[in-house]
Design a binder for this molecule. Structure first.
Ligand code: NPQ
Ligand code: MG
Length: 370
């Protein structure tokens, strides 16, 4: 495939309500969109980076910089045959997985659109619709949390994930369990606990949670393996899993029994498929996580969620969980499910007017400059 030009856009989209996690509060989703133009098609990819390096070490300005200075020029020079050649061509640049993933997603979308093949088909997905969960941020009070959860259950979400942190864990989880009974419930700590908190975390065993996500630091696989032996609640890793190889190691060490796949975090949709395959080979359930994606990233994540090993509802929520106006036609929850796009590539395209309205910076990089 001949890549002619690549556009990087920074977008800022207001969230319908502030989203609070152990690492901060977000009221506006700032991120990047990458657009790849070839002789025969174009493709779109979304970057998981946000304004500040809080979830990951990457952030929007840093991702723009590494894309414009290193990744895009090297890609344009590499004259790759297809999207599978992108990761090897950029492997000498260390890290920057969220930025690489956005670029790979755009190339993959352009490539698949030219072939008339959907991303879900390319990934070997087997489902046409997927049950969806929702991630519920930390609130100031328990009544506010109950109200938020009630709204999502009313909307039909198939499972609820509560964000927890030291000081906001047993009481809110107990309150939600008591109020709503036998719902599918799980918690995500975003690495906010220490191994010394293990006895405290073991008290979560009273609440029959589907899983406890990423209690400790990303690089503490040993800590997670020890915790997994000490508590009954299954441990799921998110921030710790950066590749298929790392997933295999974490599973073999007993650091987790479930994995949250975020394509951006592992450097792209093709590596996400490999993480999925490693997990399936070990009978480890996986589910597709989320990073407050617009419709562009959301569409691609639905293809991941439709893969056969994704046996748990993911954070692939409807557009209106985050945005009053999405960049694409909105993804609407029906009966607790979202439909997996069937069109070529990711199957959706940003609405040009909405996109221009939320774009705060844009630049084109062509082969000539590279
Ligand atoms: C998680 N996602 O599973 C992440 C956390 C996350 C849906 O809970 C901007 C603002 C970017 C908040 C990326 C969910 C973010 C963000 C990731 C939260 O850990
Ligand atoms: Mg998480």
């Amino acid at each position: 495939m001949k890549l002619e030009a690549i556009e990087i856009r920074t977008v800022r989209m207001p969230l319908v309500s502030p989203f609070r996690t152990s690492f901060g509060v977000e009221s506006v989703r700032e991120t990047l969109l990458v657009r790849v133009v070839t002789a025969t098609s174009e493709g779109w990819g979304e970057c998981g980076a946000s304004e500040e390096p809080l979830y990951s070490s990457e952030y929007t300005h840093g991702a723009t910089e590494v894309l414009r200075r290193h990744l895009v020029p090297a890609l344009l020079r590499a004259e790759i045959r297809d999207a599978h050649a992108l990761a090897p061509a950029l492997a000498r640049f260390k890290g920057h997985r969220l930025a690489k993933s956005a670029l790979e997603a755009a190339v993959l979308d352009a490539d698949l659109r030219a072939q008339g093949v959907s991303l879900s088909h390319a990934l070997g997905a087997t489902k046409t619709r997927v049950p969806c969960g929702v991630s519920v941020g930390i609130t100031d009070t328990i009544p506010e949390l109950i109200e938020a959860v009630a709204g999502y259950l009313e909307a039909g979400y198939a499972r609820i994930k509560l964000k927890i942190e030291p000081g906001w864990d047993l009481d809110p989880v107990r309150a939600v369990r008591e109020e709503f009974g036998d719902i599918e419930l799980q918690v995500d700590a975003n690495a906010s606990y220490q191994p010394a908190d293990s006895r405290h975390l073991a008290k979560l065993d009273d609440f029959e949670l589907s899983l406890l996500e990423q209690p400790f630091a990303a690089d503490d696989l040993l800590g997670h393996a020890r915790l997994a032996k000490a508590i009954a609640t299954p441990i799921c890793l998110d921030e710790s899993i950066l590749s298929a190889r790392g997933a295999a190691a974490a599973i073999e060490m007993g650091a987790c029994s479930i994995i949250n796949i975020k394509p951006g975090r592992v450097g792209g949709y093709l590596e996400a498929r490999r993480v999925h395959d490693v997990c399936s080979a070990h009978d480890v359930p996986v589910w597709c996580g989320g990073m407050l994606e617009t419709g562009v990233g959301r569409a691609a994540n639905l293809a991941v969620a439709a893969m056969p090993g994704c046996t748990m509802p993911g954070d692939t929520s409807a557009s209106d969980r985050y945005f009053a106006t999405d960049l694409t036609d909105p993804f609407v929850l029906r009966d607790g499910h979202l439909e997996v796009p069937t069109g070529a590539g990711i199957g959706v395209t940003p609405n040009a007017d909405v996109l221009d309205e939320v774009t705060v910076e844009r630049e084109w990089i062509t082969g000539a400059e590279a």
